[in-house]
Design a protein around this ligand. Structure first.
Ligand SMILES: Cc1cc2nc3c(=O)[nH]c(=O)nc-3n(C[C@H](O)[C@H](O)[C@H](O)COP(=O)(O)OP(=O)(O)OC[C@H]3O[C@@H](n4cnc5c(N)ncnc54)[C@H](O)[C@@H]3O)c2cc1C
Length: 208
């Protein structure tokens, strides 16, 4: 294994936090052992691993900075919403960092004319359902965890609940996504229109 490989040379909490604080000033970072424990597991029985640090991004720019840093320093990053997943997807890797997006929880827009809703990835699923209902609309995906789960976790896991039998699951309602690539580059996929090539502002669109 090469020097810097996270598996041969895992970052300590102190190293990871110090390096992150230097690179991303203002970013909320937790690295005390008692602060790391809640982020060492998700809803999956038996899987657990303490991360080196947990960071709470509040903007796309912060997500981009963290991923740019992790790519440069070769530190594995695991993204986390609310940690209700049942496939171990948000369980950290040894020596890695948890990038928690639960504080990016705003619903940015309900567009009744286009039947779309734009939200940050940490928006709680039930809040999206309620925002749609307030506008007289309907967002069908209803995982049993919807009062806790985030829309980002729903998209990553393609979640669905009982209403999926009639209306489909999360993938059937995603119109567009703002995506931060592993190196920190920000790209857009899709938008409010079923067929269009124009760019639109940040967030993710969901068909109502
Ligand atoms: C009581 C209970 C009931 C459940 N019921 C259902 C159900 O009915 N249907 C169903 O489908 N699932 C269900 N689940 C599973 C789980 O709630 C869903 O998978 C949910 O979508 C996870 O959301 P989360 O925000 O907790 O994601 P997390 O558990 O935090 O993450 C899940 C995965 O998504 C990734 N991820 C999270 N946010 C992002 C992001 N912004 N960008 C990229 N990747 C991201 C994580 O890395 C991880 O791989 C249930 C779980 C529990 C505990």
């Amino acid at each position: 294994m090469e020097a810097g490989d996270p598996h041969s040379d895992p970052m300590t909490s102190a190293n990871a936090a110090a390096s992150l604080r230097k690179t991303c000033p203002g970013l909320e970072i937790r690295d005390r052992p008692e602060e790391l424990i809640p982020y060492s597991f998700d809803g999956t029985a038996t899987l657990h691993q303490l991360p080196a640090a947990v960071v709470f991004a509040q903007t796309t720019q912060e997500v981009s900075s963290v991923l740019h840093w992790s790519s440069r320093e070769k530190v594995p990053v695991v993204t986390r919403g609310s940690g209700t997943g049942l496939s171990g997807g948000s369980v950290p890797v040894a020596g890695g960092v948890v990038l928690c997006l639960s504080k990016m929880d705003k619903i940015l827009e309900v567009d009744s004319a286009n039947l779309t809703l734009r939200a940050e990835s940490g928006a709680i699923t039930a809040a999206i359902t309620e925002a749609a209902e307030k506008a007289g609309l309907f967002y069908p995906p209803d995982p049993g965890s919807m009062k806790i789960s985030t829309i980002g976790g729903n998209v990553a896991e393609n979640s669905g609940g009982l209403r999926g039998l009639k209306y489909g699951v999360t993938r059937d309602y995603v119109m567009g996504l703002e995506v931060v690539l592993p190196g920190g580059e920000v790209i857009w996929t899709g938008n409010k229109c079923v067929k269009d090539v124009r760019l639109h502002p940040p967030g993710s669109f969901h068909r109502l």
